[in-house]
Write a protein that binds this ligand. Structure first.
Ligand SMILES: [Zn+2]
Length: 319
C-alpha cells in the first residue's frame, strides 16, 4: 500500500518500510523525519495537505515518499515530510472547523475549533524537533483555488525584505513568481521563518483537483524540482530569477458587515485602479493605492481574519 492510501485509511499509519540508507522515524501522525547516513545538504521540510482540498501537491509528495521507500529516490539531506490536515484530506474538504493555516499562532478567534488548533500544535512540535538539525529550507505546498494571472507563485515570509530566494530554487520547481511577506502570519511557513530562521515558502500551484485526477505539467515540474532538492542536487546554473512582488498591506474583516468591492472571480495579481474602493466595514473604507495588485480576496472569512492582501511589484534592482 502506498503512503497516501495508508494515511487516508488510518492517521496512525506507518511507512511500509524504512527509507534505504536513512534512519527514519515518525515524529507525529503523518510526519516523518528521514536522516541519511551520508548527508550532503542542509535540512529540508516538505509539507502538503494543510488544506484538505488541495490534493495535487499531496499526491506529488506521496509519490516522492513512495519512491524513497522503494530506493529510487536517494535522500542526501535531513528531510522532514508532513501531510497536513489528514482529517480534512479524507473528506476532500479545505478544513473541518477552521483554516489550519491560520492556527499556527493559536486559535484564530474565540470559540474556535479544536481539530485544526491541535493539528497546528502537532506540526509545530514536529518542526521544533526537526529544527534541532539546524537551519534549513521549508516548502509548504498548496494549490490555489482561484484564477491567477500568475498560475504558480511562492510566498516567502521573511524578516528581511529584499532577501529574494536562493538562486535557482524557484525555477527548479517551476515557480516563476516570488511574493515577499512579513513573518507575523499564522501560517506554517511563517512559523518556520520566525521561530527557526528557516528559508520558508508557501507554494501556490495550479488549481484544486480531486485526488487521483492525474498529473499536470505544472506538477511534473514540481515533482522533478523536489526530487533534485531531496537528493541535494545543485539547481541548473541557467535558472531564471523570479519576478518579485512584495506585500504592502492586508485588509482584515472586522465584522459581519464587511463588504468586498472587487468581483468574486477577480484573479490573483489583478492590477487595481488607484483610488478604487476595495472594501468597507462601516465606518471604515479602503481604497487602492498606486501600483497595488490583488491577492487572495475572500469576504467569506471569519471576522478578525484577513480578507484580502495587497501586493506591489518590485522593480528588478530595487530593494
Ligand atoms: Zn492552501
Amino acid at each position: 500500500m502506498n503512503i497516501l492510501s495508508a494515511l487516508l485509511a488510518d492517521s496512525d499509519a506507518e511507512l511500509e518500510r524504512d527509507i534505504p540508507g536513512c534512519r527514519t522515524r515518525r515524529i507525529a501522525q503523518g510526519v516523518w523525519e528521514c536522516l541519511p547516513e551520508h548527508s550532503a545538504g542542509s535540512p529540508l521540510v516538505l509539507c502538503a495537505g494543510i488544506h484538505g482540498d488541495e490534493t495535487g501537491p499531496v499526491e506529488v509528495l506521496a509519490e516522492l515518499v513512495d519512491a524513497a521507500c522503494m530506493g529510487e529516490l536517494l535522500p542526501r539531506r535531513p528531510w522532514l515530510f508532513a501531510f497536513g490536515n489528514l482529517a480534512a484530506l479524507r473528506l476532500g474538504r479545505r478544513y473541518l472547523e477552521c483554516d489550519l493555516n491560520r492556527c499556527f499562532r493559536g486559535a484564530p478567534h474565540a470559540g474556535a475549533a479544536k481539530i485544526e488548533v491541535a493539528r497546528a500544535h502537532a506540526l509545530s512540535q514536529a518542526l521544533s524537533i526537526f529544527a534541532l538539525h539546524g537551519k534549513g529550507l521549508l516548502l509548504d505546498l498548496h494549490s490555489t483555488i482561484r484564477a491567477s494571472l500568475h498560475p504558480s507563485f511562492a510566498i516567502r515570509p521573511t524578516a528581511t525584505p529584499g532577501s529574494g530566494a536562493t538562486p535557482g530554487l524557484l525555477a527548479t520547481c517551476g515557480v516563476p513568481v516570488l511574493v515577499e511577506a512579513g513573518v507575523e502570519a499564522p501560517t506554517f511557513s511563517a512559523t518556520a521563518a520566525r521561530e527557526h530562521g528557516y528559508e520558508a515558502y508557501t507554494f501556490e500551484l495550479g488549481r484544486v483537483r480531486a485526488l487521483g485526477a492525474g498529473s499536470s505539467e505544472e506538477l511534473d515540474a514540481l515533482r522533478n524540482g523536489l526530487w533534485r532538492l531531496i537528493e541535494a542536487a545543485r539547481p541548473p546554473e541557467s535558472a531564471a530569477s523570479p519576478r518579485v512582488y512584495r506585500v504592502k498591506r492586508e485588509i482584515l474583516k472586522r465584522s459581519d458587515d464587511f463588504a468586498l468591492h472587487v468581483p468574486a472571480d477577480a484573479p490573483n495579481f489583478l492590477p487595481l485602479q488607484t483610488g478604487q474602493l476595495l472594501a468597507e466595514d462601516s465606518p471604515s473604507r479602503w481604497f487602492a493605492e498606486e501600483g497595488e495588485c490583488l491577492l487572495f480576496p475572500n469576504p467569506d472569512v471569519a471576522p478578525g481574519t484577513r480578507a484580502v492582501v495587497l501586493v506591489r511589484p518590485v522593480e528588478s534592482g530595487a530593494t
